[in-house]
Design a protein around this ligand. Sequence first.
Ligand SMILES: [Zn+2]
Length: 412
Amino acid sequence: KYLELARQVAKLVKPFEHAIHSHHFFSTLRGMVNLYLETADTSLLDRLEEEWEKINTKGLLPTGGAPEHYLTTWTSDEGCSEADWMMINLYMWSITRKIRYIEAAEKTLLNHFFWNQSANGGFSCNYGGGDFRNGKMGNHAPGKRNEAYWCCSMHGTYGLSEIAKYVVTFDNRSVWVNLFNDIKGALRMMDSEVKFSLRTLYPLKGQLHLEIESENPFDLKIRAPSWLQSLPEGIPLGQSLNLSAPTSVGARPRPDINLGGTSLNLTVNGASVQPDIKDGYIVIPKKGRRLKVELNFPMQVRTEAPAISSFSYNKSDFVPASVTGKNLIFYGPSILRPVDKLEEGEIVIIPDNPDFRIEKGLLRIKFFAVKSPEDAADKEKWQARIFEPISQETFSPMDITEYLFRVEGLKS
Ligand SMILES: [Zn+2]
């Protein structure tokens, strides 16, 4: 009788166009996932994919998260719906194996979700002014996340426990490494115990170190993030990459500070191997008892120009990037923000070889800013601006976080 009631509830779920409160809407979709897993009713899966499409194109912030409400006047987020969106994507990946879901999950996790986290580990809800449509979002109390302990902390920590299940997943023939996080343990594939250890400094550094021990053969599949596969275009991975080629406005990490170097290098049991990438994963056949994998890849600085949704009820008007002229700046998978606020109208200059610093696990990157496009040509007028991943909010809270910029990339 409960299952029958669930079927009836699922039929009543209104489409995205009628959604206002994102946590409510996303929760109903999580319920539809559970119902699909129980019934294998493909009409539910079709409906989920349809709603995902609409959320992905009309219902997300450039940071990968969602606003609390789909209302034109609303300016806050909520940790619970960021957690929902991440979980929906992880579940949809496990059902469909479509790479877009795991990519969306990681984008939200490493950016909006961690940005939302309070210093005590809880998750928050912020009404602090700014306008996320213009790439500025405020805190309720300046310099402090406003924890919603009665809601977001519970759903956020539930989300964290769900994420842990998807770092490494497996079936009878494959082990997938989906999210890069330190992990050590054992899993049982058929009759074999597979001992597993993954060490990494990602997303600070593009480096993975895996050690696996088991009797059985299988394919190890390590996710190759799409930004890594598409940059630079046309050059096969594994070759030495000339990243100063005009492939993006961005630049490369300085090789001398060893932030992953400038090429993707894969070593399997001590031997250098050309990566075999299928459906977004580097496939490595495990044959012997032990498998030892070292993977190094570059963490480029790059930009993306998102269209901005107005999030008005029942429709979504878009302002294309060609009109806003605004960009996200990424370091690998991480969206960056200025540590010191930019002045109104300032243009960010990304030099060819930005200086990096990692101190106590926190990343700082040195860009520059100028007041007008003409000033960009005159290095005398460049003023240093330090950027960091917005996920570092918890460690250095700001009253307004900015994440969309006019950008000039210059060749040195
Ligand atoms: Zn909440």
